[in-house]
Design a protein. Structure first.
Length: 184
């Protein structure tokens, strides 16, 4: 989404109030600040716009190819991220193995060993969680691409069901130049 006045992309955050968060989008350009809208209001307007749109036959025909091309780029990034995470995981497992060896030969005290093991276990769990998220994203996107080939595209419903990455891909496919927020 872009500011209707300065045409710059909006930013988003969830500032904290006294008892809860208040997710918002706004124009952050110095001196502009023309847009400040709640997440719910802006996303509701966007879904309403998608609901009103009837995709052209050309767009419906191109969506799988656009999505597939974007997905190929994303798969490469996911593969690179996965390789990086796997290397980090291997490093942690190697550190763990060396700590066990040091403990066995008496170079590491029981207290230091326990503290180190807990730290490494935490890092390994975090890395494995990140790898699982990447794997899940691959699976979800493959399912969405397969679904796009067989069902008529309902942009609003597709948006509502999609995750963050899929929503971004849908936005870029439908609005290649971005979308301007309306004046509040």
């Amino acid at each position: 989404m872009r500011c209707f006045q300065c045409k710059k992309p909006l930013t988003a955050a969830a500032p904290h109030g006294r008892s809860k968060q208040y997710p918002r989008y706004w124009c952050w350009q110095k001196g502009c600040n023309a847009v400040s809208v709640s997440k719910e209001a802006l996303e509701s307007q966007f879904v309403g716009l998608l609901d009103m749109m009837q995709p052209t036959a050309e767009l419906i025909a191109r969506l799988p190819q656009i999505s597939a091309a974007n997905w190929e780029l994303r798969k490469k990034r996911v593969a690179d991220d996965r390789r990086t995470l796997q290397a980090r995981l291997n490093e942690q497992n190697d550190l763990n193995r060396r700590a066990i060896e040091a403990k066995l030969i008496g170079d590491l005290s029981s207290e230091d060993f326990a503290a180190f093991k807990a730290e490494v276990r935490g890092r390994i769990g975090e890395i494995e969680g990140q790898i699982n998220v990447l794997d899940s994203e691959l699976s979800t996107m493959n399912e969405l691409l397969a679904q796009a080939h067989i069902e008529v595209v309902n942009l609003a419903e597709t948006w509502k069901k999609a995750g963050v990455n899929e929503k971004q891909e849908l936005q870029f496919a439908v609005f290649t130049q971005g979308r301007q927020a309306t004046k509040p």
